[in-house]
Design a protein. Structure first.
Length: 68
């Protein structure tokens, strides 16, 4: 499994993704989005799907604070 990270509205998001049998899937905290592989790169596709998960509330920002 691979992962993608991006910043959206000042918050950092991270999600795992996979590519199996021509289907690209990004896994959010409470859902996932899939599409067939096409003309975009893996990174472009992962970012697009992760933004969709953020928009519907299925991906939560990464907590950047560290316990000391």
């Amino acid at each position: 499994m691979r992962f993608i990270e991006l910043e959206h509205l000042g918050k950092r998001y991270r999600a795992d993704y996979s590519v199996d049998d021509g289907v690209f899937t990004v896994f959010g905290d409470t859902g996932h989005q899939s599409t067939q592989t096409g003309g975009m790169t893996e990174e472009q596709t992962a970012r697009l799907l992760l933004r969709g998960l953020i928009r519907v509330g299925s991906a939560k920002p990464v907590d950047n604070t560290k316990a000391e």
